[in-house]
Design a binder for this molecule. Structure first.
Ligand SMILES: *[C@@H]1O[C@H](CO)[C@@H](O)[C@H](O)[C@H]1NC(C)=O
Length: 296
């Protein structure tokens, strides 16, 4: 075990215990009757009955993930593949020119050799100064494995959305319905013109340390913005139905909350009801997770 890893585990043991919010069982309203992206299946609003559960107050950090890896030797899918997707603004001009993008619909994504959770912007980058930032470049499978190690699981999409709304109904954002209440930034998203001009008005160009912005009424941080979060569910646009038995849907997993790359004009998905999807082995520099657990 290297000195660096040992230091990280001591640090986590002393200060890094994960705090969760308890959410009581009940009937909750999720989805929306005012969808922005109809094709994403944001609507309709519907109710679910949920048993009580707890959900991590913050996204899993690099420090916490380091601890998991040092105890288990776990290797992420991006490490097995040898590359992962990095937003071009995070790359040196040299790296960007060497690799270019192959994603026609989203030319700001570049598949970078050696990019992984511990080298988030490519092989020569580190997480040394980002131990409190959310871990990224983790696939759905990696996230599920981490939560299992913690005797937890990923939240379901319904649980995640109830957690996001802080127990309220028809909440656009975790804190309310105004993006900038009293002109305050409440989350880490994109300001400027995506993808070229990033003003960083909210204090950050890319990921921010977890818990930088105020918690919602359940005491949960960064439910929207910062990084997208994987949830348990298979992707389907008919989310109000029970689709678990329909194999045609079992291709992609749902991710929630938007990320530091989201701007109203390009990705207005930092709303509780918004949703997106990716294959369970995919990873990127703006995608992480948090864990949850059923309670009694
Ligand atoms: C990483 O750093 C080494 C040593 O400075 C250098 O030779 C190499 O070209 C760098 N690799 C990348 C991808 O930047």
């Amino acid at each position: 075990m290297s000195f660096h890893v040992l230091f990280v585990s001591l640090f986590i043991d002393l200060f890094g215990f994960t705090i969760s919010a308890n959410i009581p069982s009940g009937i909750y309203y999720i989805g929306t009757d005012e969808p922005i992206f109809i094709a994403d299946g944001e609507g309709p609003m519907f109710n679910v009955h949920l048993p009580s559960f707890e959900v991590d107050e913050a996204e899993v950090t690099n420090g916490e993930f380091s601890e998991f890896v040092s105890r288990t030797g776990y290797k992420t899918e991006a490490e097995h593949f040898g590359s992962s997707f990095v937003f071009k603004g995070q790359l040196s001009s040299r790296l960007f020119e060497e690799h270019h993008s192959v994603v026609l619909a989203a030319p700001w994504w570049v598949n970078i050799p050696g990019a992984s959770w511990k080298h988030p912007e490519g092989i020569n980058s580190t997480i040394k100064d980002k131990l409190h930032h959310p871990v990224v470049h983790v696939s759905w499978n990696d996230a599920a494995e981490y939560c299992k190690f913690k005797n937890k699981r990923l939240p379901t999409e319904s649980e995640w959305e109830v957690a996001c709304q802080g127990g309220k109904r028809k909440r656009l954002f975790p804190w309310g319905n105004k993006l900038l209440p009293k002109n305050q930034h409440m989350t880490n998203i994109w300001q400027g013109e995506f993808p070229e001009i990033n003003t960083g008005d909210d204090g950050f160009l890319f990921t921010s340390p977890v818990k930088t912005y105020p918690a919602n009424s359940y005491g949960l941080y960064d439910m929207t913005g910062n990084v997208w979060e994987w949830v348990e569910d298979w992707w389907s646009i008919e989310r109000a139905l029970d689709e678990e038995t329909d194999v045609k849907y079992k291709k992609e997993r749902v991710k929630k909350g938007g990320s530091f790359l989201c701007h109203k004009n390009s990705c207005y998905r930092y709303r509780c009801a918004a949703r997106a999807h990716a294959t369970p082995d995919s990873s990127a520099s703006n995608l992480g997770f948090r864990c949850a657990k059923t309670t009694n």
